[in-house]
Design a protein around this ligand. Structure first.
Ligand code: ADP
Ligand code: MG
Length: 241
């Protein structure tokens, strides 16, 4: 098991945002996380990545068989975890290229990745400064493509992105998570989506529904999304799987 989350209870600013969450992701699998606004989806990703402010009250997180529950972010990144943010910060004084150069010194592969996302002109710009919503999302993906982590956490990668750029982003995510010919994938992913558009691009293996900090359903991601679209989150939660 690549990621094994056991009975995780998490507090933010004194508020319980995750209540006994279990989640297992095997190597090469892509999982999709659904849930209303405020359900705790972002909190789950931030806790997996290890951001301070997300206090683990109970339970544990295992990554590659190691208990990383109390590890700092950099140690998790070093072990092969990466994340794209729902709302990443602007970092003045640091060029996008300067950040990428820290984890990837192969200029050719960085240039290719930037080209594929139509971001070549952005490498010299300060991180997210003056970027549009879509450009920010693409820059997040560029950082992930050049970091190439084993577990990729994506927080609403398509939100605020126009239709043409959704195709660009979709193809980039597909490349990050695609299975090879023997259907063996190296990278695993956990993707939060509201629109479900990402399901058109990635071969998602499993879906999860998080509501009010609890996992309420697990199943086929396409079926779950269809149910949510037709009848809402509560009906999906009733399947009790
Ligand atoms: N830093 C914070 N301070 C106070 N409340 C927070 C903080 N971060 C998240 N929350 C609260 O935790 C709940 C879950 O938030 P979040 O994980 O962002 O949900 P989602 O991503 O599913 O929309 C929400 O009620 C939100 O207001
Ligand atoms: Mg969120």
């Amino acid at each position: 098991m690549l990621l094994d989350i056991r009975a995780l209870t998490v507090e933010v600013e004194g508020k319980e945002v995750l209540k006994g969450v279990n989640l297992q992701i095997d190597q090469g699998e892509t999982h999709v996380l659904f849930g209303k606004n405020g359900s705790g989806k972002t909190s789950l990703l931030m806790t997996i990545m290890g951001f301070s402010g997300y206090k683990v009250k109970e339970g544990s997180i295992f990554f590659k068989g190691e208990d990383i529950t109390n590890f700092p972010i950099n140690e998790r990144a070093k072990r092969g975890m990466g994340m794209s943010f729902q709302r990443p910060p602007t970092i003045k004084g640091v060029k996008t290229m300067d950040l990428i150069a820290i984890f990837n010194s192969d200029e050719k592969s960085v240039a290719e990745a930037a080209e594929s996302l139509e971001l070549t002109a952005f490498l010299d710009r300060e991180i997210n400064r003056g970027f549009s919503g879509g450009e920010i999302k693409k820059s997040e993906l560029l950082q992930l493509m050049t970091q190439n982590p084993d577990l990729i956490l994506l927080d609403e990668p398509e939100s605020g992105v126009d239709l043409e750029n959704i195709a660009v982003i979709g193809r980039a995510i597909k490349k990050l998570l695609q299975k090879n010919l023997r259907r063996l994938r190296v990278n695993a992913g956990l993707v939060i989506t509201h629109t479900g558009l990402i399901l058109n691009y990635v071969e998602a293996d499993r879906g999860h529904l998080l509501l009010d900090g609890r996992m309420r359903c697990e199943g086929n991601p396409r079926e779950m999304f269809a149910t949510i679209q037709k009848s809402g989150y509560e009906v999906c939660a009733r399947c009790q799987k």
